[in-house]
Write a protein that binds this ligand. Structure first.
Ligand SMILES: Cc1cc2nc3c(=O)[nH]c(=O)nc-3n(C[C@H](O)[C@H](O)[C@H](O)COP(=O)(O)O)c2cc1C
Length: 350
């Protein structure tokens, strides 16, 4: 049976400025193929353009400041060469009638001096991550340096500049990466934020970094062009602390003031129920935020159809199945079999 009539595959007016041809979104997927100078690879032009059938493509996480890299060969959006590289990608996506947001990223403490020209990673506080650095043989995460207050303001500026550069590079908008235990998430959490200045301590202070970034980007480009990704369930790169859910409730209430394009769930498996969230990460966002919700995390085609039909979410982002199936929308719409994702597919940018 065809799925053509399902809401998931039909046009969706995201807001007054953006209409999407369907509610399937390509999730942000780090691919580690950037070339010299953290410029996106030319192979990424076709890689993204081939997937322009989705309603919205979100780029792989893209770094806003040289101190924000934590994985090999990740692209940036802080030099003119990087902007020129991205322009070629947005042009081709637009030629294919697609829409694309750039995901603005700073990893904070989730890094190692090998990615930072020998410097220590920077973070809200000095407490370090432990364990092995992914994609290395046996390097361990080591010491981190707490940002000075003035440097926190510099990082806010870097996110704003990243948004400005993204729009200059032809993106339809930006997604602020506030999820998965990276810098913005590190400011939100009591586990990683022990600061005593205006960016630490109270809930209001821990939210300040995220909200300043949102406010300043929205001031320049309007909320319609700005999404944010959040992980209310701590599952990656940091620990949950009692009281974090209160921070997220408060944050979501504040975010309602900005008429954002959407709030996006950052998680790998959205069937996980968190006791402290009283359900799944997406259900928590839905209950506490009055605006577009983008679900994500191990959704099958049927799950995605159901989520949108039941109004559990307005959009569904698909990650790994889109790596395996560039023509995901066409296959899913016609109930055709999908190719199974495997990690070997990460070896090439097809
Ligand atoms: C190879 C790979 C790279 C990823 N890179 C990013 C990223 O750059 N930014 C991000 O927010 N999430 C990233 N994620 C998480 C995905 O966006 C998504 O949340 C996750 O894959 C679950 O969705 P799926 O089950 O549909 O793949 C990545 C996941 C994978 C598998």
């Amino acid at each position: 049976m065809s799925n053509t009539s399902k809401k998931l595959f039909n046009e969706f007016q995201l807001n007054s400025k953006i209409t999407l041809k369907n509610r399937v979104v390509m999730a942000p997927l780090t691919r580690c193929f950037a070339v010299e100078g953290h410029v996106p690879n030319e192979l990424a032009i076709d890689y993204y353009a081939k997937r322009a059938d989705v309603g919205l493509i979100i780029s792989e996480a893209t770094v806003v400041h040289p101190s924000g890299h934590g994985y090999p060969n990740t692209p940036g959006i802080y030099t003119s060469e990087q902007i020129e590289g991205w322009k070629k990608i947005t042009k081709k996506v637009h030629e294919n009638n697609g829409k694309m947001f750039l995901q603005l990223w700073h990893v904070g403490r989730v890094s190692h001096p090998i990615y930072l020209e020998g410097e220590k990673p920077v973070a809200p506080s000095e407490n370090a991550l432990s364990g092995r650095v992914p994609r290395t043989d046996d390097l361990q995460y080591g010491e981190v340096r707490a940002l000075e207050t003035s440097e926190v303001y510099d990082m806010i500026d870097a996110f704003v500049k990243g948004a400005r550069n993204s729009i200059a590079a032809g993106f339809d908008g930006v997604e602020i990466h506030g999820a998965n235990g990276y810098l913005i998430d590190q400011f939100l959490r009591q586990d990683t934020n022990k600061r005593t200045d205006e960016f630490g301590g109270s809930t209001e202070n821990r939210m300040r970094f995220a909200l300043e970034i949102v406010k300043r980007i929205v001031d320049e480009f309007g909320g319609e062009r700005v999404g944010i990704r959040l992980s209310p369930g701590a599952y990656f790169n940091l620990e949950h602390t009692d009281g974090d859910e209160a921070t997220f409730k408060e944050l979501l209430k504040e975010l309602e003031k900005y008429n954002l394009a959407y709030v996006h769930t950052g998680i790998f498996d959205d069937t996980i129920k968190f006791e402290y969230l009283d359900g799944t990460a997406t259900s928590f966002l839905r209950r506490n935020y009055n605006g577009n919700i983008m679900a994500c995390g191990s959704y099958t085609v049927d799950d995605a159809i159901e989520s949108v039909e039941n109004e559990a979410s307005d959009l569904v982002a698909i990650g790994r199945p889109l790596i395996a199936n560039p023509d995901f929308v066409e296959l899913a719409k016609n109930s055709k079999d999908l190719k199974e994702y495997s990690e070997e597919m990460l070896q090439s940018l097809n």
